[in-house]
Write a protein that binds this ligand. Structure first.
Ligand SMILES: [Zn+2]
Length: 266
């Protein structure tokens, strides 16, 4: 099978060509489902409607989203896609009442090293220890230990709180975290180099020092690892499910088919 890159897909989609949109729906609709389920669970009873709406949003104004999105590799594209999805979800789902503030999370993680803070942030996002271990390519028992420490501290801090206080608060904490963005925040390119091990010790140390104390970068870096894992684990959407989504996008008819084939296509 010929390998078409995400760059070709983007160009096709930006021009409104069917092939690109077909690939986009096939490969990314499963991620839409997973992420909506994870972060916007109240939308899941009408999942198909929301999946269609998100693709429609990317297609709006002559493929405006695709014309404007820029990225250096698929991982960066995944982050842009994640943003599109979160924008949609945040507008569509009511925000749950948070049980925790960012300052309380800061108190809970105060003496934890950067990796453990990343793990804790993924717990807040609602992932389990085995899932986190796979995202961070780390040992499962470390993730479990972090979770135990976090739960204990949560109890000390807010004795009346329930065990799911972290995940109930996730959406609000993430939005708060984004507000702490600054010029010193770490570039996606550096995240990618860290994960690929293509970075000097010094550079890595500097980046991790920043991530450790910056909730925006903690959220982005764990989101980056999360997206890589979700993309690797996602199965392409079944053929029968692709067409109903494409139908909704008013795309030109499929290329390479003769008049007769098109006539008999339905
Ligand atoms: Zn930062």
């Amino acid at each position: 099978m010929a390998i078409r890159t995400v760059f070709l897909m983007k160009e096709d989609c930006a021009r409104g060509e069917r092939q690109g949109w077909y690939e986009f729906v096939r490969d990314y609709a499963p991620l839409v489902r997973t992420l909506l389920q994870q972060y916007f669970p109240t939308l899941s009873p009408e999942m198909d409607t929301h999946v269609r709406s998100i693709f429609k949003r990317a297609r709006a104004n002559q493929n405006e989203w695709f014309r404007n999105v820029s990225f250096a590799n698929e991982r960066e594209f995944l982050m842009a896609f994640r943003q599109l999805l979160f924008q949609y979800g945040r507008e569509t789902e009511r925000v749950p009442v948070p049980q925790l503030s960012l300052d309380q999370v800061r108190e809970i993680v105060k003496d934890l090293p950067v990796t453990e803070r990343e793990m804790l942030w993924l717990f807040i996002k609602g992932y389990t220890a085995p899932q986190i271990a796979r995202m961070m390519r780390d040992a499962e028992h470390t993730a479990e230990q972090v979770k135990r420490i976090a739960d204990e501290r949560l109890k000390q801090l807010l004795p009346a709180t329930t065990a799911d206080a972290f995940s109930i608060s996730a959406r609000v904490l993430m939005e708060e975290a984004e507000k702490s963005v600054s010029e010193r925040c770490v570039a996606l390119k550096t995240f990618n180099n860290i994960i690929n091990g293509q970075i000097s010790w010094r550079e890595r140390e500097l980046a991790e020092e920043h991530i450790r104390d910056c909730f925006n970068c903690l959220d982005r870096f764990t989101g980056f690892q999360e997206m890589i894992r979700l993309r690797q684990d996602a199965q392409p959407l079944a053929e029968a499910e692709i067409e109903p989504i494409l139908e909704n996008l008013s795309l030109p008819a499929a290329k390479g088919k003769g008049v007769l084939a098109r006539l008999f296509a339905r």
